[in-house]
Write a protein that binds this ligand. Sequence first.
Ligand code: HAM
Length: 424
Amino acid sequence: MNYKVPRGTQDILPGQSEKWQKVEEIIRQLCQVYRYQEIRTPIFEQTELFQRSVGDTTDIVQKEMYTFKDRGDRSLTLRPEGTAAVVRSYVEHKMFGQPDQPVKLSYIGPMFRYERQQAGRYRQFVQFGVEAIGSKDPAIDAEVIALAMDVYETAGLKNLKLVINSLGDADVRAAHRDALIKHFEPHIGDFCSDCQNRLEKNPLRILDCKVDRENPLMATAPALTDYLNEESAAYFEAVKKYLDVLGITYVVDPNLVRGLDYYNHTTFEIMSTATDLGAITTLCGGGRYNGLVEQIGGPESPGIGFAMSIERLLLALEAEGRSLDTDNALDMYIVAMDEQAKLKAVELASSFRAKGISTELDYASRKVKAQMKSADRLDAKWVIVLGESELEEQAANVKNMELGSQEKVPFHDLVNYLTKHKVQ
Ligand code: HAM
């Protein structure tokens, strides 16, 4: 039997995992600066949570969830996204009662969607997301967008495009819904069966259909922006003003329809304009979800957030030909010539590591030459060779591989010497 990773998943191997760590470090630092505290929720939740929040008629709920019954006959689902669980937790732990609103939360973790596998689309992927819950100040919308842009820019991406839209409030959506039904109804027979089902239940989802994307009625469908009422339009204007203040450029796209039901008012996506990226160019998606907390059983607490997958961020970096500054340097390789020397090598390695000096040694009883080759391959900054004479003298020659220089240092002084020279 030949075992392989399940379709749509991947192993992240050394060489690649350092890049993940670097991105996670950038994210953690920025979340700290913007003050989005980490929340960790379970990998699975009650199925109904996603049905109710992401929406019954969405592709995610209808086709993409990993749903299973546990031994107690409960229907559970591997989380396809993070917002529903964070809002559930906000309600369950009564975070709405905290004096400082909005509560600003962030998360990094695996999400699961049964999607057709292609570059940039996986069945298990890692999302970094934030949620700011408990405020309808347009300035927080701009802050959330700024944080997403900051992550990409700090990682080194240059070819970015921010697209924003407003879906308005409940009244706006109701008026738009009627207009959509009127628009599509006479020709609904030309659409796929999913769209036919969506017509009455949720016509906005038709605009999101992957099957009927090319149907000319899509392009002429009534735009939500034409139905914005005064209040919604004013809110959208205020968000744009804050983005201007932050120096963030954006394009307004009235056709930006997100694939989840909980959105209203501000929605946005960040795309990569790198030419080498392939078909999937959306790196990040988010928006406002006033009403979701109430829907999940809490008091009125308007929220906004976004999520981006680390996979797509790394693909975008690759497409732009940029590399991350990863830190995988080896400080010291200890070469041991015999059994006695090996004992000392193990002891010294332990004292170096205790001071944060990364150290490697041979565990394959290889000859000195082979050990030196390893040190080279691993790009060690220093090498010491331990043999009979070193043990006798209780001192070793510290070779600096970058400079080609060496210096004799007594064993008892090695830690000090290396610590002092490490930062130089
Ligand atoms: P979403 O647009 O479904 O929104 O996903 C957000 C991001 O997750 C996408 O832009 C992409 O980076 C990544 N993503 C989604 N599916 C895949 C996949 N199959 N493979 C790789 N990456 C993927 C949400 O999930 C919302 N919860 C975002 C949000 C948070 N809105 C408000 N708060």
